[in-house]
Design a protein around this ligand. Sequence first.
Ligand SMILES: C[S@@+](CC[C@H](N)C(=O)[O-])C[C@H]1O[C@@H](n2cnc3c(N)ncnc32)[C@H](O)[C@@H]1O
Length: 214
Amino acid sequence: MQRFIDEAVENFAHDHTKEESEIFRRLREETYREMKSPQMQVGRIEGRFLKMLVRLTGARRVLEIGMFTGYSTLMMAEGLPDDGRIITCDIDPKAEAIARKYFAESPHGRKVEVRMGAALETIKSLAGPIDMVFIDADKENYSNYYKACFPLVRPGGLIVADNVLWSGQVLDPQDDATRAIVAFDDLVQTDPRVENVCLTVRDGMMLAWKRPEG
Ligand SMILES: C[S@@+](CC[C@H](N)C(=O)[O-])C[C@H]1O[C@@H](n2cnc3c(N)ncnc32)[C@H](O)[C@@H]1O
């Protein structure tokens, strides 16, 4: 993944973001040892940011689309109150096995509900209200995920999407995944029902706040 910020500055930011608890270090190491694309994991800065968003919005019910080995899931679970819940979707059984191991170990794992299978099908089976959604699965479906989960998000709720700058390739899209991300970014930008900000955190994060009348 191409960096937007000078590597030394990025490292400084990393070193000035509170360290994760020990379980995340082990989860990261196992993911890098066992999985083919371990860089998909959000990592410390974005993970902490997601946890903070959960706390700041007072979210009690979160939907995650793209669990992988569960790093972002567990981070957001830590930010939830004791009776909070995060529903997380994936299709990869190998990633699921690793994720479940760490959910079982963490005191916050009981807040996690894993739903295996195509996320669009899972979303169809859910009822609102959801306080916060984190979209981080197959890029071709980003706009579909946004449209499918929008009615479930409570007014004043938040939709967050990862990789919205796609290593800068959004400036010159050459493949379907990049074109899909640009289409998603345009969709959010022109949606009058939300206020949004596109951040250069890691690979780009879109935050869309659903207006009360949205
Ligand atoms: C970028 S990774 C998620 C990383 C994760 N948020 C983390 O921080 O570790 C994307 C995940 O989306 C999953 N995925 C891809 N297509 C999917 C689909 N149609 N439905 C549900 N999950 C899907 C992949 O199996 C992969 O684990």
